[in-house]
Ligand binder design. Structure first.
Ligand code: PLP
Length: 355
């Protein structure tokens, strides 16, 4: 059995919505569209027409960008939508579960709850830099664990799962679960994407997004990549015309060589700023730990998390804390050099040296 066999039985034969045909140089009286173009319409493809049911050209461009055959890729509204689609496809309400590795991105648990699936968690330990223990992950699974979410680099810890550990998980769990590697922040790690393992591991699914390294969070675009049969089923579940014409066109532009080169330069700047900020933070006496990070943020523990977040807020800077789940821990997103300087100046005013 392949992981397509783990998809809900009632969905396995689901066919995509049959959209009205779109044929160039024809009079289109088959889709109840308006026959005129609004003067406010500034797009290359006229907005009075529905977009393609799935954006073929964009899928090809994303396939090239992520080094993945388009047959293994579905374009999604950010990776958030991919998490939702996967949970709906694989988990029977009231019966199946997902496994997450805490602390991690809360959206996995959120969509599991929406779907009526249980969430199992396995903890990582701060004193071991949140390293993933493959034995512990495998032990926490049962025969109804359909999806194992591995966020690498992980939000909010910044931890990268080393390739040998990922291979071990893929091999030892086999086709009993789909292993979903969420690579929202992979560009900041300098490490290769797990996409290159797709041919070799038929239980692997990889999520990517344009929201972070490409600075396109507002466009809502990402991709899920995996076995052809799984992609076929996700395609059948996804809403018809999910990607709107404005989004398709602006993302096509973001994938031009010059735009990608610009983004690469920016990623290098963010990584350099991350290192500067992390080392400066370590010198404040009220900063107790700064964990290593492979992302565009890092996690640190301070003596009084509430007080630090409040002081920063009073000075117009938003930081993220996590309440009781990670006491006194703060996640800092790396901003522009000027923003980071403002943050450091704010910390200096809180005392604790930092010079
Ligand atoms: C780990 C991780 N995955 C996925 C997402 C969702 O990103 P998007 O839906 O913008 O692609 C985020 C957003 O912060 C994230 O941190």
């Amino acid at each position: 059995m392949t992981i397509a066999g783990l998809v809900r039985a009632d969905l396995r034969a689901l066919q995509p919505y049959e959209a009205a045909q779109q044929v160039d140089d024809t009079i289109r009286l088959n889709a109840n569209e308006a026959p005129w173009s609004n003067t406010a319409d500034r797009f290359r493809r006229p907005l009075n027409r529905y977009p393609e049911i799935r954006p073929g050209n964009l899928a090809r461009q994303l396939g090239e960008y992520f080094a993945c055959d388009p047959s293994r890729l579905l374009v999604t509204r950010g990776s958030s939508e991919a998490i939702d689609l996967l949970t709906r496809a694989f988990c029977r309400a009231g019966s199946d579960n997902i496994l997450t590795i805490a602390p991690t991105f809360s959206m996995y648990g959120h969509y599991a709850m929406v779907q009526g699936a249980a969430q199992r968690t396995v903890a990582t330990r701060p004193e071991r830099d949140f390293e993933i223990d493959v034995d512990a992950v495998l032990e926490a699974c049962d025969e109804r664990t359909r999806l194992i979410f591995v966020c690498s680099p992980n939000n909010p810890t910044g931890t990268l799962m080393p390739r040998p550990a990922l291979r071990e998980l893929l091999e030892r769990r086999g086709e009993q679960s789909a292993i979903v590697v969420d690579e929202a922040y992979i560009e900041f790690s300098g490490e290769p994407s797990a996409v290159e393992l797709l041919e070799e591991h038929s239980n692997l699914i990889v999520l990517r997004t344009l929201s972070k390294a490409l600075a396109y969070a507002g466009a809502r675009c990402g991709a899920v990549m995996g076995p052809v049969e799984v992609i076929r089923i996700l395609n059948a579940i996804q809403a018809p015309y999910a990607m709107s014409t404005p989004v398709v066109e602006c993302v096509e532009d973001a994938l031009r060589r010059s735009a990608i080169d610009e983004a690469k330069g920016r990623v290098a700047e963010i990584v350099a700023e991350r290192e500067r900020l992390m080392s400066a933070m370590s010198s404040f006496s009220f900063v107790e730990t700064v964990w290593p990070s492979a992302a565009n943020f890092f996690l640190m523990r301070v003596d009084d998390g509430n007080a630090v977040v409040r002081r920063a807020r009073d000075e117009g800077i938003l930081l993220r804390d996590f309440g009781a789940s990670l006491p006194d821990c703060i996640r800092v997103t790396v901003g522009s050099k000027a923003e980071n300087d403002r943050l450091l100046a704010t910390f200096a005013r809180m005392g604790g040296d930092g010079s």
